[in-house]
Design a protein around this ligand. Structure first.
Ligand SMILES: [Zn+2]
Length: 440
């Protein structure tokens, strides 16, 4: 028997070396080119004796299945990750975004949190199990998808599940939640067992073209967009509390009053929790692109605004469009839902997978509670849930890092993961895989 402390030191170093190699592959989406990172991961996993298989529509954008085969006598478990990352604007970063610099106990770089860190952690966990000769009852897998962040190329998870209807893991652990919030009501980790939906709307505003050297030419479509944006910014979506969010309110602000009366008390327990709640109890609207394709000397006759929408599960396209119209108010514009609501699937909150996660936290961080809730952003967990009917949870534990820093940097600048957290994620993956893999 090896000394467990020695094992941890090795796993920590292994996960951090692997993560740094993965971050160094620039897989900004678009164009993605995830296969570079897939090749590194295959090389690492094959050396530990795991089976690897690519599922690729575009050879430069492969998805990967890595497998520690089971005996066929128990449930299968898949860790689900993605290799594409959102674009990094170098000038906004204080370090090179793809250099994987280690500083202040953290690895810095695009994708360290979202989500090459989790891919490295679960790869190291499966490699460790393979090397020790662990034979699980059901298959233990790592699935790494391309094109999660954009999805327009249709080479990622939707293509994957179409090609591999046979795979059907019973349990899936992906992204979506897992930060530790040290709230005034005690420390909690969130387990996301379903996601809000996402949708995209475009708002086209009409004006009249004219000579830009005349101050009264127009109307100028951009001024009208400005008025609509001001209304959208001031708009507050009516509070609706999905049933899946009630356990979080119960945990942070217990009492007999109805959940909507306890919501405010639950929100003030932690600044990051407050922001998460902001997304979970109503529709979110965020304008993300504005285009007015006129030459610089012509008053634009049209302008198009793209709005990222986050409706609650079950919201129809018509309902979403009606709410957006209400938020924008009167004016000369047309709304088109270019992507109707997708997502919104929910897995049962009680399962052997939740038990396995709770067992790990009980041993490592006994004061903290695990609270099931909804995820606020889209993730590939939804695609697997729909295709396979599996239990899929978003849970990547960050025991040590500041939840607010995670929230602000993962699609922003200076994204980084503490090496302590990477080790914690590796230990979590190892414990969860061992627990599920031992169930007949
Ligand atoms: Zn992600």
């Amino acid at each position: 028997m090896l000394d467990p402390v020695a094992i941890d030191t090795d796993l920590r170093e292994e996960a951090s070396a692997l993560l740094r190699r993965l971050v160094a592959c620039d897989t900004s989406n678009p164009p993605g080119r995830e296969t570079q990172a897939v090749a590194i991961l295959e090389d690492y996993l094959a050396a530990a004796g795991l089976e690897c298989e690519r599922v690729a529509k575009d050879p430069e954008r492969a998805n990967l299945i890595a497998r520690l085969p089971g005996r066929g006598s128990g449930p299968s478990l898949a860790f689900l990750g993605h290799f594409d990352v959102v674009v990094a604007r170098r000038e906004e970063w204080s370090v090179e975004p793809f250099a994987a610099v280690e500083r202040d106990g953290a690895i810095w770089g695009r994708g360290t949190v979202d989500m090459k860190g989790q891919v490295a952690a679960s790869a190291v966990a499966l490699a460790a199990l393979a090397r020790e000769g662990f034979r699980p009852a059901g298959d233990l897998m790592l699935l790494v998808m391309a094109d999660e962040e954009v999805g327009e190329a249709e080479v990622g998870a939707p293509y994957f599940v179409e090609q591999r209807p046979d795979l059907c893991p019973d349990f899936v652990v992906g992204e979506g939640a897992g930060e530790r919030y040290d709230t005034t009501a005690g420390p909690v980790y969130l387990l996301d067992h379903g996601v809000k939906a996402t949708a995209t709307a475009t708002v086209t505003v009409r004006g009249r073209p004219g000579d830009a050297s005349l101050s009264d030419a127009g109307p100028n479509a951009l001024y009208e967009v400005g008025r609509l944006l001001a209304r959208l910014e001031a708009y507050r979506s009516p509070v609706r509390i999905p049933a899946q969010v009630e356990p979080l309110i119960d945990a942070l602000a217990p009492g007999d009053a109805p959940p909507h009366e306890r919501l405010a008390a639950a929100r003030v327990t932690h600044p990051a929790i407050d922001r998460v709640f902001g997304a979970l109890v109503g529709t979110t609207f965020q304008p993300s692109v504005l285009e007015a394709p006129a030459p610089q000397n012509v008053v634009p006759a049209t302008a198009t605004l793209t709005i990222a929408c986050g409706p609650l599960p079950g919201t129809t396209g018509e309902q979403l469009e009606a709410e957006l119209r209400e938020a924008l108010g009167d004016g000369e514009y047309e709304i088109e839902l270019t992507t109707p609501p997708k997502g919104g699937s929910i897995s049962d909150e009680d399962s052997p997978l939740r038990d396995a996660i709770e067992e790990f936290l009980g041993a490592e961080d006994p004061q903290a509670r695990l609270i099931p809730t909804l995820g606020y952003g889209y993730s590939d967990c939804h695609v697997l849930r729909e295709a396979y009917g599996c239990i899929a949870y978003g849970f990547i534990p960050f025991r040590y890092g500041d939840a607010v820093v995670n929230l602000e940097t993962k699609h922003g600048a200076d994204e980084r993961v503490l090496v302590d957290d990477l080790e914690f994620q590796t230990r979590a993956a190892l414990a969860i895989a061992r627990t599920i893999g031992s169930q007949e």
